[in-house]
Ligand binder design. Structure first.
Ligand SMILES: [Zn+2]
Length: 398
């Protein structure tokens, strides 16, 4: 007998459900995911990317695990393309179907998850409903768990993304020609994606306007509350025989100014909430999205994601290699070996390996990396890079 399938309205539904097991199939927005046919192009791109990853693993003497086609979904619109380690599915939104780099990056996360190297029953248990032992399925060095108050905590995301992206770029460089050969299989797809986006954009814009209108209503309500208070004060004081008319005038004058500035405050606060929301629906943002779609069908294969994370990872590798070599030749050999070791540690979730970094660059470096906000922390990243450059200058002995 078949177990009952989960129904989700959107990816957020999956994301917010903290007690899911690894699943084979489910309904998403009314559609059974195993019944979604992949296009010839999608099948071909999966094949090229998957075989390239396996060739890379072979070079590292690591036996990978099977990545089944049905665990890769292209049609859904999520905020980011991502691999969900708990249910073991990879989500790449539709307009990114031709981006081999994106797929490579996400499948690299998938291949480094605990589903690869641990007993599946054991992994199921840690991701189970058993609150005491509950945590997300680890992927690479990255772990994510829930504390008792249900707030989430995570560790080593920075270094994990850097390693993932470095592996991705290395593999892509080797198969660029094979990927470009797939272009004819995606004929007409870019136009279709642009049409879909056009429809989506209209609904999305309406959604944003709805949100800002609720802000307008909240601001109006707050202002009317203040006006009522003022009116009440005024009526009470005008009936009172204890205050002179001059005193009353003075006081009312003060209250009027106070009321005006409070109103301005309320309006500017809600304007500040509205601004980023409205800019998400601006023409400028739309142009950017359209450009991104066109770019994704260009089969360009370059990636600029995690540039600064990669810069930092490369400095770390340099430092580790400098500390063990006294000439350029030795340095190159050491760097290759250390990078191989690091990839193996990543593929088996051996977090202990990272202590080598702390030993060399000082306690606190891993915590500093952990605390960087990947999206907004560019200044912090630059500062860490400068610190590492400075350290490396001292470590280099030739
Ligand atoms: Zn990633």
């Amino acid at each position: 007998m078949q177990a009952e399938l989960y129904h989700f309205d959107s990816y957020e539904d999956i994301h917010n459900n903290h007690s899911l097991p690894r699943i084979e199939d489910f309904y998403l927005a009314g559609q059974r995911v195993s019944e979604i046919e992949k296009t010839e192009g999608q099948k071909a791109i999966i094949e090229v990317v998957r075989s390239a990853i396996f060739a890379h693993l072979k070079g590292l003497s690591v036996e990978g695990r099977t990545i089944e086609d049905h665990r890769i979904l292209f049609h859904i619109r999520t905020l980011f393309p991502l691999y969900n380690s708990t249910i073991d599915f990879t989500f790449v939104y539709g307009s990114l179907e031709a981006s081999a780099t994106t797929l490579m990056h996400e499948l690299t996360h998938s291949i480094s998850s605990e589903w690869q190297y641990l007993d599946h029953e054991f992994v199921k248990q840690i991701a189970s409903k058993d609150v005491k032992n509950r945590r997300d399925v680890k992927s690479g060095f990255h772990s994510y768990w829930f504390s008792k108050d249900d707030s989430s905590k995570e560790n080593f995301q920075f270094i994990n993304e850097a390693v993932t992206e470095k592996i991705t770029r290395e593999i892509i460089a080797k198969v660029r020609d094979r990927i470009q050969d797939l272009k004819p299989l995606f004929a007409g797809r870019c136009e279709k994606a642009l049409r879909n986006f056009e429809n989506y954009w209209e609904t999305y814009k309406k959604h944003l306007i709805d949100i800002t209108e609720t802000f307008d209503r909240k601001a109006e309500a707050a202002i009317s509350e203040l006006e009522k208070e003022f009116q009440k004060d005024f009526e009470e004081l005008s009936q009172s025989t204890e205050v002179s008319s001059e005193e009353l005038e003075d006081y009312l004058d003060f209250r009027r100014r106070d009321l005006e500035s409070s109103k301005e405050n309320i309006i500017s606060t809600y304007q500040a909430f509205k601004k980023p929301i409205l800019s998400n629906g601006s023409e400028g943002k739309k142009t950017m999205e359209v450009k991104a779609i066109i770019n994704n069908y260009s089969f360009d294969c370059t990636s600029s994601s995690y540039d600064l994370e990669l810069k930092i990872l490369n400095l770390i590798l340099d430092g580790l290699a400098y500390s063990q070599s006294s000439c350029e030749e030795e340095f190159q050999a050491q760097r290759t070996k250390i990078w191989e070791d690091l990839q193996k540690a990543y593929l088996f979730g051996t977090v202990m390996w990272l202590r080598k970094i702390e030993k060399l660059f000082g306690k606190g470096i891993l915590r500093a990396l952990n605390e960087v906000d990947l999206i907004t922390g560019n200044d912090q990243k630059e500062r860490i890079a400068q610190y590492l450059e400075h350290k490396n200058d001292k470590l280099k002995r030739f």
